[in-house]
Write a protein that binds this ligand. Sequence first.
Ligand SMILES: Nc1ncnc2c1ncn2[C@@H]1O[C@H](COP(=O)(O)OP(=O)(O)O)[C@@H](O)[C@H]1O
Ligand SMILES: [Mg+2]
Length: 237
Amino acid sequence: MPVSSTRKKSASQTSRSKGGAPAGSRAKPTGKRARKLDVNVVMGASGSGKTTYVMNEIDRLKPSRLIVWDAKGEFADEGYAQTVGSVAELVRVVVAAGPSGAFKVAYRPKGTPAQVRRAFDLIATLAFEAKNLTFVAEELSEVCQGGQSDSAGWRKCITQGRTEGLTIYALSQRPALIDKNTLGNASLTRCGLLDWLPDAKLMAQKFRCKPEELLDMPELAFIQHTRGGITRGSMLS
Ligand SMILES: Nc1ncnc2c1ncn2[C@@H]1O[C@H](COP(=O)(O)OP(=O)(O)O)[C@@H](O)[C@H]1O
Ligand SMILES: [Mg+2]
């Protein structure tokens, strides 16, 4: 039967026929799979420096393709992206740019909570499909419910965005209210002062510190976790 004859083929035979590693050597990821996870989770109370940090990152990295879920309109106000009036307009701009064209667009959410969540899902799906771009999501807790996101588009960005060339910045004042997938998939987690003990307890697990350190953080100080380790610093130094 054709099915059993396919099954008889060993995994190494299959990979060789596609030009993979020769027998005896170790396969190394190439192309899309070789890309680094770039999910940056930026947490902290209002005024703790989250937006400033992400704007500094944009200044440093100068992404040519940028979508901002601009909850307070700050990225548009400060010239980081051009605001669009509707999700449809945002789709038009991004699709017109093709696979490698430049754009810097910001969408400021409006409407009922359900409408806002729907718009977020559409934009996250667009970001995933457009590929090779930076996606900033301001105040993620506003599009999550009960510490979960029902956005399939956002889930794809977080879990599969690495191979699609996505750089993601997810910001929130309330880490306990954002979805755990985002926290769990972060390549970089940064946190400033927190106001609430449940938020501090959650983040303290990530930083292996006491919750009090996060609740008593000096102005514009932060703790940062990457796979390279945990560091502490201040935006004032
Ligand atoms: N390096 C810095 N030196 C002085 N003030 C700063 C610095 N970085 C940020 N701030 C100030 O801290 C405040 C909070 O920053 P912001 O990024 O808007 O916080 P958040 O997004 O967490 O609410 C702003 O008034 C900003 O100007
Ligand atoms: Mg902010």
